[in-house]
Design a protein around this ligand. Structure first.
Ligand code: HEM
Ligand code: HEM
Length: 211
């Protein structure tokens, strides 16, 4: 019995776990990303759209109590995105990826490069935001409950301003890449009628086990 089995037994979740495993492909296979990756993809997509909206709104607001409240929300959701991306990335590295064998080489390379850039930006944007706070000697309060204390003992407003500017330009770049990513997804779905099953394998219909 390995550690995973012990934990599942201890929590009394083994039956539920087996049932989910029987009904859904929770891991990836050659024709699906699997339940876990699909859940991460769509939950993060929703959170990211909220984040883009709050970021753009922030860049147009002058200092006020409304702006401070929006910053709190922006930082809370942004930190949640950071944690989820971290777990998603670990899962992606260990998960079986769908096969790209029938996809033209150019498509496969471009999508691989796009996904890598998306991960790079999803890690670096929150880190820049967090360091901006610390260099400005501010605490980060998540959802009004958890406080992330400042671990830096230096305050440097000039550097903080540079970091938040990079944060902004990286966020714009991410929006552009996500836009291209969505166009590519709909090109597959509508123009070439999903002949390579690219859209299908990121959808919940692809995870039902066939008996
Ligand atoms: C993927 C996640 C994130 C995205 C896409 C994002 C995007 C943005 C955008 C577009 C802006 C407007 C830029 C500006 O006003 O100069 C902004 C501002 C800001 N972000 Fe983020 N952000 C993310 C995560 C975070 C995190 C995790 C934190 C900190 C914990 C953070 C802290 C801030 C702060 C302090 C501002 C400046 C507010 C101001 O004074 O105008 N962001 N963000
Ligand atoms: C309406 C919005 C979206 C649609 C229709 C969509 C569609 C898709 C599809 C069909 C795939 C599978 C590609 C393949 O199998 O090669 C995929 C993968 C992926 N998408 Fe999206 N996507 C959307 C939004 C987003 C957003 C906002 C992000 C950024 C967080 C994102 C990041 C990714 C990544 C990183 C992958 C690679 C698989 C993985 O690592 O989980 N997508 N998307």
């Amino acid at each position: 019995m390995n550690v995973k089995d012990v934990i599942i037994n201890l929590l009394g979740l083994k039956l539920i776990y087996l049932k989910i495993k029987m009904i859904f492909k929770y891991r990836g296979s050659k024709d699906t990303w699997g339940l876990v990756a699909i859940l991460f993809h769509w939950i993060l997509a929703i959170l990211l759209f909220i984040q883009f909206a709050s970021g753009i709104r922030l860049s147009t607001l002058n200092f006020s109590s409304i702006k401070l409240e929006l910053i709190d929300m922006h930082q809370s959701i942004g930190s949640l995105i950071f944690i989820l991306v971290f777990i998603r990335f670990l899962w992606r590295v260990n998960n079986t990826k769908p096969s790209n064998n029938n996809l033209p080489y150019f498509h496969a390379t471009l999508s691989h490069f796009t996904h890598l850039t998306v991960y790079f930006l999803l890690f670096s944007i929150p880190i820049l935001g967090i360091f901006y706070n610390w260099l400005s000697d501010l605490e980060i309060i998540l959802f009004g409950i958890i406080t992330i204390s400042n671990i830096l003992s230096i305050e440097n407003d000039e550097l903080a301003d540079i970091l938040i500017e990079i944060h902004f330009y990286f966020a714009l770049l991410l929006m552009l890449i996500v836009f291209i990513h969505i166009c590519a997804a709909f090109y597959h779905l509508i123009i070439i009628r999903d002949k390579y099953k690219i859209f299908h394998r990121m959808g919940f219909n692809s995870i039902k086990e066939k008996f």
